[in-house]
Design a protein around this ligand. Sequence first.
Ligand SMILES: Cc1ncc(COP(=O)(O)O)c(C=O)c1O
Length: 480
Amino acid sequence: MKVMGLDPSDREAFARLAHEWLDRMLDHYGTLAERPVWQPIPDTVRASFASPSPQLGMSLEVLGEMFRDQILPYGVGNLHPGFMGWVHGGGTLVGMLAEMLAAGMNANLGGRDQIPVQVEWQVGQWAREWFGFPEAARGVFTTGTSQATLMALWVARVARWGEILREEGWHGHRPRIYAAQGVHGSLPKALDLAGMGRKNLVRIPVDDRYRLDLLALSQAIEADRAAGYEPLMVVGTAGTVDIGAVDDLEGLATVCADQGLWFHVDGALGALACWSAELAPLIHGIERADSIAFDFHKWGQVPYDAGFLLVRDGAAQRRTFVTEADYLARATRGTAAGSDWPCDFGPDLSRGFRALKTWMTLKAYGTQRLGEAMADTCRLARWLAIQIERCAELLLMAPVTLNIVCFRYDFPVNGDDLNERIAVALQESGLAVLSTTRVQGKRVLRAALVNHRTTQADLQIMLDAVCCLGRRWVNNGGMA
Ligand SMILES: Cc1ncc(COP(=O)(O)O)c(C=O)c1O
C-alpha cells in the first residue's frame, strides 16, 4: 500500500496493516527472551541508513519490513530481561499503546485550553503528593534529568538574584554549585550550558558509603564565601549513576537551610523509590528539596523519554521561563484560555504529550505495584551481591544500596583490561548486557537492575557467562 494523500484513502487496507504492525510488536515483546539481548549491527544494515533523502514515497508494507528487519532487531536491548547496562528502563506495553495514542492525537503541550495540558498538570499534582511538596510547587515534563537539572539551575539563579539575570546574564555574580565527587556528568554539563563554567562545580569528597561528606561541604562553602564566590546550590543525589549511593538528603537539606542555599536533588535513578513503602526511607529528606529532577523512563518503566522537574517555588519557576509575546496572549475563553501554560515553566514552546504515557502507566498499574517492581529489583541486586561474595573468582566492589551492583573478575594481571573485555564479549554473546565504570580506581563490571522483567535466572546466566569468559582469559595466561 502506498499512501497517496497524506491520509490513507483505503481505510480498511490501512487498518489491516496497522493491526499487523501492532501484532508484530506484541510478538516481539512475547518472545524477548528467545532473542539476543544485543547483537552487533551488520555492515549491510548500517549502510542502508546512509541512503540519500527519499524524494518519492514507498509502500508501507516494504517500510514495515524494513522496520522489522533493519531497526527492531538492532536496538540497545533494554526491553530484554538480560539487559543490565547503564540505567535503562524496560518500558511496558501499556506505555507503548499510550505513545501510539499520544502520537495519534498529535497534541502540542506548549499550552492552550486542552485536556492534554490538564493531564500534565495532574501528573505534576501527583508528584507534589509523592514528595510532600506544597500547593505552590509546579512541575513539568522534560526530556530527562539532564534537562531538568539545567532548568533547576536557571530557576535557582532567578530565585536568588531576580529576573535581571534574564536580561543581563550573570551580571558579575560568581556562583558556585556543590555536589559529591561521583555526581552525574549532566551536572557539569548544566553549568557549562548555563554559562557558569564547569570549574564552578565544587566536588566534595564522599564518606565510606559514597555519600557527600557534610563537614567537607560546609568547609568548602565557607572557603568559597571567604574567596568572594557566591554559593548558590547544593546537589544531592538519590542514587548515583556508578553505584546507586544515596546522599544524606536530610543532612544536605539542613546545610542548605543554614547556609541559605538552593537544595536540588538529582533523583534520576532513585527519586521514585517514594512509590515503595520499603524503599522510601532510603531517600528520606528529599521532601525538603527546593527542586527534584527525576525520570519516569528509568525505574518508572515509562517509555523514553519522560523526565520531570518539580520545583517547590512554582512562582520562581514561572518567573524564570515566562515570555511575553503577542501570539501567545492568553484569553479568558476559547482555545487560548488558561493563565498558566507549560511553556511558562520551561524552555520549550512546542512540547510532546509525554504526560499521557506516564499518566496511563500510573493509572494502569498504580504506584504501589510500580513500587513493588522497584523493590524487587533491589532484592535481586542484594541476591546478586551475595552470589558474587560467595564466588571465589569475583569481587564485590561497592556497597549495594539500591539496584546497582559493581563487581570485578578478580585477576592480578591486566585486571582493568580483562573486565572491559568481559563486558564486550558478554554483550556480543547476546546473553546479557553489563556496562562498566570505575570504582576505587579500578574498572568494574556494573549491573543496573532497572528492568522489571529481569529474574534471578537472568542474573545466573550473566554470572555463569562472566565466570566462563574470565576463566578463558586466565587459562590463556592473561591473553584474550
Ligand atoms: C544519577 C543520574 N543523574 C542524571 C542522569 C541523566 O538523566 P537523563 O539521561 O534522563 O538525562 C542519569 C542517567 O542515567 C543518572 O543516572
